[in-house]
Design a protein around this ligand. Structure first.
Ligand code: 5AD
Ligand code: SF4
Length: 450
């Protein structure tokens, strides 16, 4: 469908226009930014890393916490002088702030020309040409990815993202995602398989499957049967040249048996799982509408570790959720101590307009700060122990870039740690056995195994 358009762009003699994209927030935004860049390439835009040199600046935004959303407005403020100097500079706002705030953005910041929500990216080229409204935030029936150009015929970095599922129907009481990204939608098997095969053919060896609730993915398989996410992973593992599979982000209630056993059966599925729990208190989990207890989460972890004993677990936590008492906080610390996470993200609760928890009485800000510090100290200790536990082990490392020091290369281990290795003869894209010999704050040091 879009091959034609790509050819037109490739043979175009128009002087290339330059597009600068800034991506905030999650990996789904990173993937979306790539796809928007590909759509704009068809229009003759090439990417630039220099905002001052751009014909168009696109800010792909995040609305998950207030701080993330406010960043957009401070960045737009900083763009004002550039736009005053060059009035033909186009400024676009994409992503979840665009979805949530729509025309409020252009009202507050008249420098903005275009506002496009996450489900409408396929309309971006028409918007830029002036053939579509300049604010599009509807949830169309069609799959945006079907209307975006296919990923371009270039060799790619060895690790890539692939969105398989979008949106969320879980409605956790704190979370904007069901409103900004919409209802849960799974991309069809054949499109995922096609994109995955295509990525592998272009040199990709590791694919991270993305979705707000990725393990809720389901579809009709190539055999005509209903497939769950575990089955999809098995099919992807069968692709020749697919060396590593990861996925994020998951909900505990969607960890189906078949997905758990895929962690035992599929060698390409990396021993790493991000499984947010948010709190260790049943009372708070209930108030958050998480629909599981702390005990259920712990037993689930047991089952996952039974299937894959060396799996590394990571999580997200929110502290200071409305109604959280010190006893609730202690429950969270206890859960963390029991699971022993490889690393985890913890956030102070941020009330988001439109969510069920928005109007609930807030925990004292200083109390929440103290709890966050206490939780982070424990999580940092666990992270350090997990990293130090890698020392002496030999792990596969997929090399992604050169390090700052001459002859040094940087890659990712099975457990997603960055590993620095003196390896002048190793190429980007090599997957090599490395002995871990040291641990720094957020990375490991290794040496090639002879
Ligand atoms: N306040 C603080 N943290 C939040 N998250 C989502 N919504 C909020 C909020 N309103 C966190 C959750 C989620 C992660 C992506 O962001 O921990 O898992
Ligand atoms: Fe948000 Fe995740 Fe809850 Fe969905 S499951 S509402 S994305 S926190």
């Amino acid at each position: 469908m879009t091959d034609q358009a790509i050819k037109t762009a490739d043979t175009s003699d128009r002087a290339a226009k330059k597009l600068f994209i800034k991506t905030y927030g999650c990996q789904m935004n990173v993937y979306d930014s790539q796809r928007m860049a590909e759509a704009m390439a068809v229009e003759g835009y090439v990417l630039t890393e220099d905002q001052n040199d751009a014909d168009m600046v696109l800010l792909n935004t995040c609305h998950i916490r207030e701080k993330a959303a406010e960043k957009l407005y401070s960045d737009l403020g900083r763009l004002k002088p550039l736009k005053a100097e060059r009035p033909d500079l186009k400024i676009g706002v994409a992503g979840c702030v665009a979805q949530a705030e729509g025309e409020e953005i252009t009202r507050r910041m008249p420098v903005v020309d275009l506002v496009v929500g996450p489900q409408a990216y396929h309309r971006l080229p028409a918007m830029v040409r002036g053939e579509a409204p300049n604010i599009v935030t509807d949830f169309p029936e069609e799959d945006k990815f079907e209307h975006l150009p296919e990923r371009r015929a270039t060799r790619r970095a060895p690790a890539a993202f692939l969105t398989v599922q979008e949106g969320c129907d879980k409605f956790c009481a704190f979370c904007v995602v069901p409103y900004t990204r919409g209802a849960e939608v799974s991309r069809p098997v054949e499109r995922i398989m096609r994109e995955a095969r295509d990525l592998v053919a272009r040199g990709v060896r590791e694919i991270t499957l993305l979705g707000q609730n990725v393990n809720g993915w389901h579809g009709v398989g190539e055999d005509g049967r209903e497939w769950g996410f575990g089955r999809l992973i098995r099919a992807l593992g069968d692709i020749d040249g697919m060396d590593r599979i990861r996925y994020t982000t998951s909900h505990p209630n969607d960890m189906a048996d078949d997905l758990i056993s895929a962690h035992r059966d599929v060698p390409q599925l990396m021993p790493y799982l991000h499984l947010p729990v948010q709190s260790g208190s049943d009372r708070i989990l209930k108030a958050m509408n998480r629909k599981h207890t702390a005990e259920q989460y712990l037993r689930l972890i047991d089952r996952i570790r039974n299937a894959r004993p060396d799996i590394m677990l990571t999580s997200d936590f929110i502290v200071g959720f409305p109604g959280e008492t010190d006893a609730d906080h202690q429950d969270t610390l206890r859960l963390v101590a029991e699971v022993n996470f490889g690393t985890a993200f913890s956030f102070k609760y941020s009330p988001r307009p439109g969510t069920p928890a928005y109007d609930r009485p807030e925990v004292d800000s200083k109390v929440a700060d103290d709890r966050l510090q206490e939780l982070q100290a424990l999580l940092t200790k666990q992270q350090r122990a997990a990293q130090e536990g890698m020392i002496g082990r030999t792990l596969g490392v997929l090399f992604e870039k050169a390090g700052r020091i001459e002859g040094q290369m940087v890659g990712k281990s099975d457990y997603l740690h960055s590993v620095f290795v003196e390896a002048p003869n190793v190429q980007i894209g090599d997957l090599v056995q490395v002995r871990i010999i040291g641990s720094a704050r957020n990375s490991l040091h290794g040496e090639l195994v002879a």
